[in-house]
Design a protein around this ligand. Sequence first.
Ligand SMILES: Nc1nc2c(ncn2[C@@H]2O[C@H](COP(=O)(O)OP(=O)(O)OP(=O)(O)O)[C@@H](O)[C@H]2O)c(=O)[nH]1
Ligand SMILES: [Mg+2]
Length: 402
Amino acid sequence: MLKPLRVFSVFSSVHRSHNLIRSESRQIPQTIPSFRNVSTSSIYQEEYETYVVHSETRPENPHLVKVAIIGLPNAGKSTLINSLTGRKACPISSKVHTTRCRARAISVKDNTQIVFLDTPGLVTEEESKHHHLEPQYLRDGEKALQEAHVIGVVHDASNYWLKNRLDEKVLRLLHLYPHKDSFLILNKIDILKSKRNLLDLVKILTNGSLVGQQPPEPGGNKKLNYLSESQVKKAVKPERGWPNFREVFLVSALTRSGVDGIERFLLKSSRPGPWMFSEEQFSDQSPEWLIEETVRGRLLEHLPQEIPYNLNTRIEYFHRGEQGNLVSVVLVECATPRLQKLVVGPKGSRIRTIAMEAEQDLYHTFQQPVMLKLITKYYESGVQQAGTIDCRTRHNQYRIVP
Ligand SMILES: Nc1nc2c(ncn2[C@@H]2O[C@H](COP(=O)(O)OP(=O)(O)OP(=O)(O)O)[C@@H](O)[C@H]2O)c(=O)[nH]1
Ligand SMILES: [Mg+2]
């Protein structure tokens, strides 16, 4: 039997207080009232924090560990967290910059709560300007580190060009927080044809410190001093690895191979203290945010490079039925009719596939059936134009609304 999701009842009450549930009907309405000026992701955040952060669940002898997962874009950070939590709590795609801001995913094992901090892939200021990324791409990785007890670095072991060195942005953060316990995850080992060179790679990425030696003591290397930004810059330049990792894991986040070892390590790293979230909660994000970002992930997956980054996804309707089933309508805003045509695909095939895959993903997120309807509209200079395209997944309907 599936556990009831307390997060939703919390949200239902939040919605009601904002009068955002427009209809109690369990059918998707054919005409959907638009609330264009309302940004669902932002409205709830403050209220949500006050609702959830003080957990009432009090197991005996509770333990807590907060782990920040950092790494380059596309290394597999969100996939790893999903494997560890057993839910699609973090949207993923094969394109870079899928995760746009820090989000927490939560799992519970016996009396221990593990709070994962998923972060956007680390980028430089130049990269962020070049790709027009929002400011949080630069700050959220570091913010997560400030909050975390433990730092997990995900490194793509299958990337021929990047695998032989920890990136400078990763090394910078590790040098800035030397007293926090850290561990290295060599990910995507399922892709490697031969695993023979992995030991050499571990030697390089740990500066030889972990092979045949005692791992560093818990609590980071106490002998290391905190360094200023300019000292860190100098220290990082000649380095290829970090000698203070407490453990290295060789995993495939996709197939779950090796991830149990990480869970055991995190349980050992937990400390006595109250839980942050209640037992049923698996994310600190609103269901609306999870739905919007999941659709965005699928758009990234199915559209040619660059195109999906110019689209905006926005919840138009959200309802939780009495049986716990979710009904949602998501609007995909396109800047031009050409873009809209691309999103829709020949005879609506692309938008239908995106909607069906997003529905499947969302089933794994909420462990409840989700009925999803996608709509695309295009806007020029902020004004809605004719040509709304509407895709309903269940009955293979596809129509153009004039
Ligand atoms: N073969 C294989 N693919 C993986 C593995 N882990 C992740 N991937 C794939 O790598 C791609 C990126 O995964 P994400 O989890 O979105 O990566 P991320 O680091 O969160 O990316 P950003 O959020 O963009 O920084 C997806 O297509 C995943 O399916 C793995 O262990 N093996
Ligand atoms: Mg991600």
